[in-house]
Design a protein around this ligand. Structure first.
Ligand code: AQP
Length: 326
């Protein structure tokens, strides 16, 4: 069983990234062959300041390890260190219909917000397909927002295999039962996102305890007093989901426990649970980030392991399309 799932070095990652992706990677690493790229090529689809990108890449490596990824077990690497990613993406772009990319919801959202954006904002889902297919990954643990991109990767793999023979594994997206899509605390109809316009609705993994408490205290709740999940109570539903995912309990158990209690107590309990979850992660992160040499060593070893697998798949794909071997 091989797993691949990446994460962008953009800003300070949040609790949605943790529940949707990182925590599951740490849980799965001992039962599968896992590859986790820090996808810096994806990060520059929206302009980034170079120093900030460098810092975000190293700090994200430290954060992944602090969250429980063991670099001696899982392969953690930087996408731009493995040149096979854009090389396979080019081949796949040549056979991906333009209309499929224009329909991607994330392209429609981002192109509406960005002015004068680069063409990669349209094509990056193909690079994402290359990220996955290079490792012949069976499973891709991601959050719900990635479902359409995963479907595209599956279509691309199937189309390629139908035309050129069995080169790629057709990957399956896997989504958590709880926490597949955490919502913004201030706008619970929008996904909690690293690049949100306002920080107030985003619970960052490195937020100090008092900031977590403040953000949860001012989280938007809904009319009424009941602590239940319901489509017309997106704020409370999201907080129930956060507490359930944090404690590893069923949302129904949370609803039962808080029957008849007010929002104040409930929000305070959510805050303490999240603070308790993040405290050991933040402690480990501090130590790891202070040792840049060790982070570079981890990423060098990761890139070597990733390169060995990626180069073999790229060679097969190149041969299949008819490129003459060098
Ligand atoms: N709100 C979320 N709930 C659950 N899972 C989520 N993921 C993202 N948001 C949520 C999952 O986290 C993994 C890494 O995603 P990312 O690096 O793209 O993070 P982001 O927060 O989506 O970052 P940005 O900067 O805001 O980027 P855009 O706007 O490009 O998405 C993925 O598995 C993702 O599903």
């Amino acid at each position: 069983m091989r797993i691949l799932s990446g994460i962008q070095p953009t800003g300070d990652k949040h609790l949605g990234n943790y529940f949707g992706a990182i925590r599951r990677w740490a849980e799965q690493q001992h039962g599968a062959d896992c590859f986790h790229p820090i996808v810096d090529l994806h990060a520059i689809t929206i302009p980034k300041e170079p120093g900030e990108l460098r810092e975000s890449t190293l700090s994200l490596a430290a954060l992944l390890v602090a969250c429980g990824l063991d670099p001696a077990v899982a392969t953690v690497f930087v996408q731009s260190h493995v040149p096979e990613h854009p090389r396979l993406a080019w081949v796949l772009e040549c056979m991906t219909p333009y209309g499929d990319l224009r329909r991607m919801p994330q392209y429609r959202e981002k192109s509406a917000k960005e002015h004068g954006f680069g063409v990669a904002l349209l094509t990056y889902p193909v690079l994402q397909a290359a990220d996955i297919l290079l490792y012949r990954a069976d499973a891709v643990p991601v959050g719900e927002d990635q479902r359409q991109h995963l479907e595209l990767a599956r279509d691309i793999a199937q189309r390629f295999n139908n035309r050129f023979g069995d080169v790629f594994t057709v990957p399956a997206g896997t989504y958590p039962e709880i926490g597949a899509k955490l919502m913004d605390l201030q706008d619970p109809t929008s996904r909690m996102s690293t690049s949100a316009d306002s920080d107030a609705g985003v619970l960052r993994l490195l937020d100090p305890p008092d900031v977590i408490r403040r953000k949860l205290r001012s989280a938007v709740t809904d009319s009424g007093r009941e602590i239940v999940r319901s489509p017309d109570k997106p704020g409370v539903t999201n907080l129930i989901e956060i507490l359930a995912a944090t404690l590893g309990e069923a949302p129904e158990a949370i609803e039962t426990r808080y029957e008849g209690q007010g929002y104040g107590t409930f929000k305070a309990d959510v805050a303490e649970a999240v603070v308790g979850l993040l405290e050991p992660i933040q402690r480990r992160y501090g130590d790891l980030r202070a040792d840049s040499d060790e982070l570079h060593r981890i990423l060098t070893v990761g890139a070597e392991k990733a390169h060995a697998v990626a180069a073999a798949t790229l060679a097969r794909a190149h041969e299949a399309v008819g490129f003459v071997a060098p």
